[in-house]
Each structure stands twice: as C-alpha cells, then as structure tokens.
Write a protein that binds this ligand. Structure first.
Ligand SMILES: [Zn+2]
Length: 542
C-alpha cells in the first residue's frame, strides 16, 4: 500500500501548484499518519473518557476526577507544564446519585427518563398522580388552582413521533461540501445559526415561565417533560430551567439566571421523559383513567467553586515563545457519557499529543493543548483563557455567531499567539476546514490537506462556523479554526442526549481526525512564519 500512497501524494503535489508555496516535511506527515493509524490509542482514550470518566458536567466532582486522569495521561505521553487554570463564575457542582421513574397504575412500566442537571432531589421515593397541565394561557392555568399539591405534572402536549424512513447516520454528500465551499465569507457554515427570538418564541417563553412559577407556587412535586426525541433517545438533556426574572425580560433574555448559579433560587425537580412513554401516559389520562407514578431522585450538590481548563505543552525549540494550540471542550452534559460531545474531541487532541511525543518530534513553536471547561454553559473556559492571556473585547461577544465589534485590549502574549485548532462537532472524520472569513489561510490549509492525502478531506470554506471554542480566539482576532466534520448521527441521536455513548463513535474517523490534528499542529509549529490574521475591525487599542 505504501508505494500506492506515495504515488498518490506525488500526483497530488504535481497537480497542486499552490502546495509548493508551503514548505512541508512530507516524511514526518507520513510518520504521523503511520503512528496514528497503525498504533492508535485514540479509542482507548475515548473509552476511558466516556465509560469510566464520563459524563463530566461542569463544576462537578466527576469533572475534576476526569481532569486528574487526563493530566496523568498527558504526563505519561511526555507533555510538560501540565496544569489547571481556574476561571469563574463559581457555581454549584451537581452529581446524580440515584434516579428511577416508573408508572405504577393502571399498568406498571419503567420509564426512560433523565433529570435535568441541577434539579434538586426528592428526599426519598415520592408517589403521586400524574396531572396533565393542559394550559395554553393564564385563564387555563387558573383552572388548576388548588389541584397540583404533590402532583407529578405532565408539562406539555403529545409529542409528535413519526417513523424514520431514512437511516440516522450520514456522511457529508459531495453536494453539501460543494455548497459549503461556495459560501461567502459572511455566511455561516455548519453550526451556529442562532434561533431567532421572534415574538411568538418570546411569548411562549414568557408563558412557560409563568406556568413553571404556577407549578411551584401550587406545591407540585415534579415537572415531567415529554422529550422531543424518539426511539428511546432523550434530546437536549441540559440544565433545569428557572422562571424568568423581570430583568431577564427587559434584557431581551440575554442574562437569564441559571439553575447552577451560586445564588439560584429554590425550584422543584425537572425530569425529561421518552416521548413514546410520555404520550402513553397522556393518552391514558385523556381517556379519563388515572395514571400514578413513583419517582426517586437523589442528588449531591458539591461546594460552590470555580471551574478550570486543563493546559499542557510540548515545548518548542528556537521559536518556543510562539504558541500553536489544539483543543476541545472537556465538560459534557450528563445524560449520556459525552462520547461525541466532546470525549471525541478530547481524545483526538490527547492522541495528537501522544503521536507527536512518541515520534520524538521537536517542534519549533510550542504546541499547547487546551481542554476547556464550561463550554456547554457558553464557552466559559476558552473565553476566560483568551481574556487572561491574550485579549479582551469590550461588549458582548456573541459566542454562537462569532465576532463582536467592541474595542480590543491586548496583552503582550497576543503577538506570540500563532493559531488554534478545535475539534468539537461530534466523532465524525474531518472533511475540511472552516476558514472563518480569513482568505489568507486558504493556501496553507490547501497545501496541508493535499499532503495529508485523504481525498475525502479537501473542502475549504471561507464561511464561519459557530457554537464552539474556536470563537473565543476568532472573536479577538486570533486565528482559530474548527474543522468541517461528518456529522454522522450527531444531530438526531447523540448531541446532548442519553445516547451520546461510545457506540456512536466510528473508530477510523477518530484515527483520521487525530492524525490530521497532529499534522496541523506540527505543520503550524514548523512554518517559517506565523499564521496570517484577519484585519482587526475596529483598530486595536492598547
Ligand atoms: Zn460540544
């Protein structure tokens, strides 16, 4: 196979005149690929991170335990300067100790369900009647006055569930990659389209907030939501919600109180339930038959504390003050094991470090790994890291969309930062790179991907992508990039679900992503010059 791949590379190199502009150590690229494909440890990392050390809710005891494990592993691989860097805000740690929910009458059956994170416990087993809160407006709500004491409230209408006539998993079609490649610089790529807060959405949010307040005031025992996932999958299992405060509304929903805040008010447990079983309960109640449930939820709140990022390095040589960074977020939601969000990205980055150290490579620039905390709560860790070390942009950095246009204050390290590569769009293989509107990087990535030589990983789009930690760098004008990845079944089956588990990982995809990460880090660390930056708008202030 070797002579074939060499021939393939030569053909590609001959056909790509741009590649000649980048000096690339082709022999080392081949060594990295060999180590990462034929002697991979990426699945071992992935299963440890997911099965044993997942999930890792931010601020939790499990997050800390996993971080200690990851640092020891990075040390074993030969990384140096391994340390934690803490960041605020301080918040409550939350650990699930025990949970069960089942229907006891008229027919007994266990329910696929999960508590929302930071839900309080039930202080033992509670039993009660399910009450369908069929309220579309405030007048409807009043009909339930005095009727919810100790009730298990069924929160929403029947969930529409339809058969899947197509498979869950897919790879990017040539047509969708072509569409990405043809996007303009101000357009959005794969992720980060922020849902519009139109007046209907806002009205619904306001009424739901009132509904929640009503349940709490009436002394309901628990809120049970019919989940919008299907086939046993619970989608969007995230933090419990709180009723809106008046300042949240005047602020246009931008500064909501969170259930993990150190000073969060008391609220009742919130549980999300598989759609099919929720619907069964609801249809039974609608036939005039009483449905009874039993639930137990034990949780542990740990002390209010700050969170932290895990940082480690392969020190550079003649350009060691200049920093090439790779990373992804270390925290997860809590219903699955966080295998694809983002155990995969963490495994890819740790494996990249292992490959580079195993080969004894001595990069010119320092290669640093950043495993971020608090991504799921709003890129908290990477934003704090960039602010502490590199630059701060005044005003709101719209983290889902990137950018931000406030004035910029930079630190001396800003000039020495080269580039950041992020992996956090599920476990799918790399198909190319989002260039975040930076046309000057096209020839570099084109050369690197050409020499890497995977014909399925060649797409470059000038478009942005959002929703993850490269934005913390991009937002202050530092080169920060997220790959284009195959989504597989991320959207439908794994992203923030109870099915975010190791089985949803394709081993060969992780190996490819890890070797590309190692090649990108190495190539960046060996270039004669640092990465070109986008022009900063507005001009920097010092
Ligand atoms: Zn993620």
């Amino acid at each position: 196979m070797k002579h074939f791949s060499t021939l393939f590379l030569l053909l590609l190199l001959c056909s790509m005149p741009l590649a000649a502009q980048e000096k690339i150590d082709t022999a080392t690229v081949l060594k990295i690929k060999d180590e990462g494909i034929n002697h991979s440890q990426v699945m071992n990392l992935e299963t440890w991170l997911s099965d044993v050390y997942g999930p890792r809710l931010n601020w939790s005891r499990e997050f800390r335990e996993s971080a200690v494990w990851a640092s020891a592993k990075l040390k074993e691989f030969g990384a140096e300067n391994i340390h934690f860097e803490s960041f605020g805000p301080a918040a409550k740690g939350w650990t699930l100790k025990k949970f069960s929910l089942q229907v006891t009458e008229p027919r007994a059956f266990p329910i696929i369900a999960f508590p929302k994170a930071w839900s309080p416990g039930t202080k033992g087993t509670i039993a009660g009647e399910a009450v369908y809160l069929d309220a579309k407006n405030e007048a409807d709500l009043q009909k339930y006055k005095g009727k919810l004491k100790g009730a298990i409230v069924l929160w929403n209408d029947l969930v529409v569930v339809a058969p899947h006539f197509q498979g869950d998993a897919s790879r990017e079609a040539d047509s969708s990659l072509l569409k990405l490649a043809n996007l303009g610089s101000s357009e959005r790529g794969r992720r980060g389209r922020r849902p519009q807060m139109d007046s209907t959405t806002m009205q619904r949010a306001l009424f739901n907030s009132k509904k929640m307040e009503f349940c709490q005031k009436e002394g309901a025992a628990v809120i049970v939501e019919g989940n919008r996932g299907d086939d046993g999958t619970l989608q969007n299992v995230a933090a419990a919600g709180l009723p809106l405060r008046s300042q949240d509304i005047t602020d246009g929903f931008n500064s909501r109180a969170n259930s993990y805040d150190a000073d969060a008010p008391q609220f009742i447990p919130q549980v999300t339930v598989a759609a099919e079983q929720y619907n069964r309960m609801l249809r039974t109640i609608q036939k005039g038959i009483h449905v009874k449930l039993e639930m137990r939820l034990d949780v542990e709140f740990t002390k209010v504390d700050s969170s932290f990022n895990i940082i480690a390095e392969i020190p550079g040589t003649d350009l060691k003050d200049e920093i090439v960074m790779i990373g992804g977020h270390f925290d997860t939601w809590h219903a699955g094991t966080g295998a694809t969000d983002n155990g995969s990205g963490v495994s890819v980055c740790m494996e990249a470090i292992r490959i580079l150290k195993t080969l004894g490579l001595q990069p010119r620039r320092t290669i640093r790994i950043g495993l971020w905390g608090g991504e799921e709560e709003g890129l908290l860790g990477s934003r704090a890291y960039v602010k502490q070390h590199y630059a701060e942009r005044q005003g709101d950095l719209n983290y889902m969309m990137g950018g931000g246009n406030g004035s910029l204050t930079t630190k001396p390290e800003f000039e020495k930062f080269d580039v950041y590569f992020n992996n956090d769009n599920g476990g799918g293989k790399v198909r190319g790179v989002h260039m975040q509107g930076n046309e000057a990087v096209r020839s570099i990535f084109r050369s690197w991907l050409t020499v890497y030589g995977d014909p399925s990983a060649q797409t470059l789009t000038i478009a942005n992508t959002g929703g993850t930690d490269h934005l913390s760098f991009d937002g202050v004008g530092l080169p920060g990039f997220q790959y284009i990845q195959d989504m597989i079944d991320y959207g439908i089956r794994t992203h923030h679900t109870n099915m975010d588990v190791v089985e949803r990982i394709v081993e060969d995809d992780l190996k490819q992503a890890a070797t590309i990460m190692a090649v990108f880090a190495y190539n960046a660390a060996m270039r004669d010059s640092m990465f070109p930056r986008k022009p900063v708008q507005p001009p920097m202030t010092r």
